[in-house]
Design a protein around this ligand. Structure first.
Ligand SMILES: NC(=O)c1ccc[n+]([C@@H]2O[C@H](COP(=O)([O-])OP(=O)(O)OC[C@H]3O[C@@H](n4cnc5c(N)ncnc54)[C@H](O)[C@@H]3O)[C@@H](O)[C@H]2O)c1
Length: 311
């Protein structure tokens, strides 16, 4: 098959692109490199630097494409609170631009990387796809709006659309920006360097961590699965882990005793978030294969940044 991946030089996009070319597919990747790095792409991936809102550029890239993965986005929840205009412009505007270009190019299917963050605070856990949504941050709102846009323009333009609500993905080569870094690489770095680790809130809030390779498999399955048009599907591990338990697991693996500082002033986000993954099992024949401990061990094995920090 012929694929276009927007955000194809990012953490999930590059892993997906490399897996698809290994499986014999033809892959184009579009990325503006605001966060991604095209050096991590297999040489067989055809890379173009550009903005996902550039419709004429998309027309060229979409020629002959069967299926689009839409991953290009600004991805930090706390950053979205500071820059909502930017998050709306890229995450919502980029989705509308892409859907417009796809309509013109006659592409068959789009798979959106949506987010479990869109649920917001939910009393019933694990959360099902039909929960009433309570997005509380600009990032969460932008992902929910993107879902509505892919499904609405998809239905109007005869494009099959699927949204995967990915929970907290983690794995090797995850971006580690100086501020607003995702928790797993941030905690690993602190544990390996022997410094203190800062936990926002009281450490009791929990998240559902899903390993990169499992996410890539779910995305791959979504390209060919039947009867998933207009579906919204949770992609998580199905198990939630508190921040304290996460540090315990890292410490057990590294045989460290990392000092924890609790920043009670900082927002810890929603108190609990765990995915009901029965729909993914049913529609994609997908279940996660990698436990948190195995996933963390694979990061230490495969990510040179942490090997250097450990040595
Ligand atoms: N990592 C997670 O835990 C997670 C969870 C849920 C959903 N998602 C979604 O999955 C997708 C990929 O996330 P990721 O973790 O790989 O993040 P990432 O930041 O590594 O990837 C996003 C990519 O999009 C690119 N990009 C940003 N703005 C762009 C623009 N205007 N035009 C073209 N490219 C642009 C960035 O350079 C980056 O390479 C995102 O849509 C994100 O919202 C990720």
């Amino acid at each position: 098959m012929n694929f276009l991946i927007t955000g194809g030089a990012g953490f999930i996009g590059a892993a997906l692109a490399n897996q698809l070319v290994r499986a014999g597919h033809s892959v184009r990747a579009l990325d503006d490199l605001s966060a991604g790095d095209n050096a991590s792409l297999d040489a067989r991936v055809l890379f173009t630097r550009g903005d996902v809102r550039d419709v004429p550029k998309l027309w060229g890239l979409l020629r002959g494409v069967d299926c689009v993965y839409h991953l290009a986005a600004r991805v930090s929840v706390p950053e979205s609170v500071l820059y909502p205009v930017e998050y709306n412009a890229v995450n919502v505007g980029g989705t509308v631009a892409l859907m417009t270009a796809m309509r013109d190019a006659g592409v068959r299917r789009v798979i959106l990387a949506s987010s479990g963050a869109a649920y917001g605070e939910q009393t019933a856990q694990p959360v099902c796809e039909n929960a009433v949504m309570h997005p509380t941050t600009p990032y969460a709102v932008s992902k929910l709006a993107a879902e509505y846009y892919v499904h609405a323009i998809g239905a109007l333009s005869n494009i099959e659309s699927v949204a995967l609500r990915i929970f907290n993905a983690y794995g090797p080569q995850q971006q580690l920006p100086p501020s607003h870094a995702p928790v797993i690489p941030r905690f690993l770095q602190a544990a390996l360097s022997g410094g203190s680790l800062v936990i926002f809130g009281d450490g009791k809030q929990s998240r559902d961590f899903v390993y990169l390779d499992d996410v890539v498999t779910a995305l791959e399955r979504a390209a060919t699965a039947q009867n998933i048009n207009r579906a919204i599907i949770n992609i998580g591990s199905g198990a939630d882990v508190t921040m304290d338990q996460l540090v315990d697991t890292i410490d057990a693996l590294l045989q460290t005793q990392t000092h924890r500082l609790y920043n009670q002033e900082a927002s810890a986000g929603v108190s609990r978030l765990v995915a009901d993954i029965s729909l993914a099992q049913k529609l994609l024949d997908w279940t996660p294969q990698i436990s948190l401990r195995q996933g963390l061990a694979q990061i230490l094995e495969r990510d040179v940044r942490f090997q250097l920090a450990a040595s």
